[in-house]
Ligand binder design. Structure first.
Ligand code: AMP
Length: 502
């Protein structure tokens, strides 16, 4: 385990100086431990100085600034009555603006923090009315912030904290001048925090102009030593969040792992995904920090003896986990730090065994994936999901293979009576087709007709990644098929699994 990983699991949220209401809220959200950037940035921000942080999407950067911003407002405990905002967060895009505002709203709920996202494309009147009613934290795209500032609706006189999120993106989008104007208009006595995935000179120049002796935080990426690099087949699929359950199911059907580990970020995600997978007919068990030793032991033995085929776990819960049967690790999300990735995928491919690591990345997470590649010095191949037509063809192919096997080797005499009973009413062709349909639907279930969009990475993913339509990566290696004519271990997809209580 790398030093980074140790620090990543050693500290808890309470030790970072956050108010108990906030740590309770994080526990409720299922966050088990702060990510590396949170461990560094949260105490530094609470200390009050300016900060320059290098961190990309997926590292947990939003919470690294959102929590201290709320913490400051939580310190007085009394909800503020003043109308003017005290914190301003600038984001490059409307999507990020909404995401950040939602995150602040979620974390700040115990303190009734009033958060307002303002971005172009939404009627300005509604934003103006909200500003007039009174807001604590404004999250804005620079263009709309300028507009509101020029018209006198956004007043910066009470601002004590300014956060620039994804500063490099904002510069790329041509917002340098707007940022300059906004920072100049904000009070001099304030905390300014800049987050950027990259640190080009232009960013450093803005920092020089507007930040006051900032502490620089860069989560050093340890290069994993040659001998310790995992020898695991690593692939990723680009999937938007709403399609992840369907995408995971499809990949599971192609890969057919005997025992695998699916990593999620939070306890709540672990519980939700376990339930979804069970409802889809997989035998999944949850493993997270909220479980006592007895529950954990039971889950582990279910995986070891094959009663369960999938373990859905948080990083903390899966620490040190060593299961001989594991062949696959799935990252339901790109992990917050490259070191966690190395740690996660190290659960397979142990003692010279073959291992497969598959990551579901969101379109915005290209940078994180590139950072992981730089750390591991190994490529992650981007695959394309099989389409529903591909899946249908595969299913039929499996049925054909199973039928051939039974025709060749099966003891069929017991069924002669059934054939005799219907052969006067139907021709043998029709009877055979009906029998195939029954076998197909019983073993495989209803077809999965959902089309899953296959976007590319948005923004700048670093170096371009090779795409491999439908393959498993290695030359000449065909995807294995799952759908089960291999002893009927899979439950039918009826939703019956939903009743499983955990
Ligand atoms: P971000 O890098 O801010 O875009 O965050 C990526 C995702 O990680 C978001 O869905 C957060 O809700 C989640 N997240 C942030 N911090 C943690 C944490 N300490 N534990 C688990 N999930 C987290």
């Amino acid at each position: 385990m790398s030093h980074q990983q140790e620090t990543a699991v050693d500290k808890d949220f309470a030790s970072l100086g956050l108010a108990p209401g906030l740590t309770d809220c994080l526990a409720e959200l299922g966050y088990e431990a702060p990510t590396p950037i949170q461990q560094r940035a949260i105490p530094a921000m609470i200390a009050g100085g300016d900060l320059l942080c290098q961190a990309a999407t997926g590292t947990g950067k939003t919470a690294s600034f959102a929590l201290p911003v709320i913490n400051r407002r939580a310190a007085g405990a009394e909800p503020r009555k003043g109308a003017l905002p005290t914190a301003l967060v600038l984001t490059p895009t409307r999507e990020l603006c909404m995401q950040v505002a939602e995150a602040i709203h979620r974390y700040g709920r115990p303190y009734n923090v009033r958060t307002l996202p303002v971005f172009g494309g939404q009627p300005i009147g509604r934003q103006v009315s909200a500003l007039k009613r009174g807001v604590d934290i404004v999250v804005a795209t620079p263009g709309r912030a300028m507009d509101l500032l020029n018209r006198g609706f956004l007043k910066l006189s009470d601002i004590d904290t300014v956060v620039l999120d994804e500063a490099d993106e904002m510069l790329d989008m041509g917002f340098a001048e707007d940022i300059d104007t906004i920072l100049t208009a904000a009070p001099k006595e304030r905390q300014t925090v800049m987050f950027s995935a990259t640190m080009p000179k232009r960013i450093l120049r803005i920092a020089e102009r507007h930040l006051n002796s900032p502490e620089q935080i860069r989560i050093a990426r340890e290069v994993v030593p040659e001998g310790e690099r995992p020898t695991i087949e690593q692939t990723a699929y680009i999937v938007a969040r709403p399609y992840k359950p369907a995408a995971l199911a499809r990949i599971l059907d192609v890969e057919m792992p005997k025992a695998s580990l699916v990593f999620c970020r939070t306890r709540s995600e672990v519980d939700a995904l376990t339930e979804t997978l069970n409802a889809r007919g997989y035998r999944a068990e949850a493993l997270h920090g909220g479980m006592d030793q007895h529950q954990r032991d039971r889950v582990m033995s279910r995986l070891r003896n094959g009663t369960a085929e999938l373990l859905v776990a948080t990083d903390v819960a899966a620490r040190g986990l060593d299961v001989e049967q594991l062949t696959h690790v799935f990252n339901y999300d790109v992990p917050a730090a490259p070191e966690s990735y190395v740690h996660r995928i190290g659960r397979v491919g142990r003692a010279g065994r073959e291992g497969v690591a598959i990551t579901l990345a969101e379109p915005r997470e290209g940078r994180q994936l590139s950072a992981i590649e730089r750390t591991t010095k190994q490529p992650i191949r981007i695959n394309t999901l099989p389409t529903s037509d591909d899946m249908r063809a595969r299913r039929l192919e499996l049925t054909r293979a199973a039928l051939e096997r039974v025709c060749r080797d099966g003891d069929l005499d017991n069924y002669r009576g059934v054939l005799g009973a219907v052969e006067n009413d139907f021709d043998v062709d029709r009877i055979a087709l009906a029998a195939i349909k029954m076998a197909h639907l019983t073993a495989i279930g209803e077809p999965d007709d959902q089309e899953i969009p296959q976007p590319g990475f948005s923004g700048k993913p670093g170096k371009s990644k090779s795409r491999n339509r439908d393959g498993r990566g290695k030359k000449g290696q065909r995807p294995r098929h799952r759908m089960n004519h291999r002893g009927g271990t899979r439950k039918p997809k009826t939703g019956a699994g939903k009743s499983k209580k955990r």
